[in-house]
Design a protein. Sequence first.
Length: 600
Amino acid sequence: MHLLQPLAVLAAVTAVAGVAVNPLPAPRNITWGSSGPKHLAGPLTLRSAAASNSTIVTEGWNRAWETIVSLQWVPAATEAPIAHYAPFPTGVPPVKREAPSPSLRYVDVQVADVTADLQHGVDESYTLEITAESSSVEIRSQTVWGALHAFTTLQQIVISDGHGGLLVEQPVRIEDAPLYPYRGIMVDSGRNYISVGKILEQLDAMALAKMNVLHWHLDDSQSWPVHMKVYPEMTLDAYSPRDTFSQEAIRRVIGYARARGIRVIPEVDMPGHSAAGWKQVDPTIVACADSWWSNDDWTYHTAVEPTPGQLDIIYNGTYPVVQQVYGELSGLFTDDFFHVGADELQTGCYNFSHYVMEWFAEDASRTYDDLAQYWVDHAVPIFQNVPERPNRRLIMWEDIVLSTPHAHDVPKDIIMQSWNNGLTNIANLTALGYDVIVSSADFFYLDCGYGGFVTNDPRYDVMANPDASVPNFNYLGDGGSWCAPYKTWQRIYDYDFTTNLTDEQAAHIIGAASPLWSEQVDDVVISSKMWPRAAALAELVWSGNRDKNGNKRTTLMTQRILNFREYLVANGVQAAPLVPKYCLQHPHSCDLYYNQSVIQ
């Protein structure tokens, strides 16, 4: 389901003073009652006809209930210190009732369509209601995927009563659905290997944040970690035999993700960023693989980073190999979407290809734009011809349309992932009629701000704090990492990426993803660099960053994301701290400005 409401729209949220829970992402509509806590009588029993027809529902509930019981969660960051609640955790006097409110005993789930596949646009909406009079949590959803989201919400609102039991603080009604159908992160296992265990950890966090797409950048010019049946020699270019993914392991990731409502979309970057693996099949496929990547002179560079290598666009032998590799991976990955790269094509690389040089010599009018078009004309038919995926849609990086060089005519049904020039590129792509995934580096790149990774860099040899006055070195340039500075959660959350778009253009935004490129990322740091900042994006594309009056709710988000970080850690995700713990325990005491009407 593609909901086209702009980011500025969020339905009303009403709450009573003293409710400690603060789920993330904030639901589109949540209304709390005031009659007092709803205690759990014991284990909540799932009652659902859908459960007999769907292991997704049964296993999803079992995971949620196990988490609820094992954590006995106490909100870590609330809008008022928990110590102020009397009695814990709610400070709202209950409405006097003739009979005590019945305890909760059941979770009643109704799913309209248990067969809906987990593909782009599937309905993820749900309602969750707990009334003062009922002993049931009532969940309604169109699909099992919406039911999973309801379970993750319930996980966050069932908390410890402080005496060994569990409760929901007040009766509540939630009506919820995402603003955008594509809500993701990107993991890069090509620059540094990321183990299956750490990928599963990212999926656990994504499920809690209601993110539904893992964009898996499988390989890059530096390494090829995926075992291929058609060309087993490709993994000779893995970093080691241990730094590889068997096809069984990949299926495990896909199955683990699907059980949590997450699609896995693979990326094999072509024709740029292509050396490892390919050159083991046929060295002629790869141009400039043995060149010096920068030549100490940017005029003659062959790659934007080591290792150089691009698929030879003119060599006829390239395309049968591409077809075999792509075909095998299309049989392995079950999603209708497949990302085929197409970014950062470096013209200098093709000085090393006699096929390309001869092609240019045949017609003096030919340009590198024509070369890019040659790739589109010969590769896209291969990518679109996948009998087992009749609904195949391709994703490409925006470079193939907007950069120099670029193709003249790229089919409009290819989704563009936008990463450069922020609002400008988004506007240009949507005006051209392309569907767009927003990944603007200035806002969403999670690897930025850690300094450049290339070694022997004399630009760091400055005896002063580097700034714009130092030639070729500033925090927004190559020496400090090309996309510096670091992207804080506020930077991510405050990005209004539909600004100045027409309604027609805004309808072409299908969602957003935060990439974490792995030049400086491996198992040790991936979770701390990804989380909890990715959760800011999760809320941005689920329910937006503004309240019903159109006001930014970044201040209100503060306690929510601080609490969510603690919740991630409690669930085994090694998320980084955002503030001193003092700020968690003293709501808004670390705000920059004191008098903020948003929290009055």
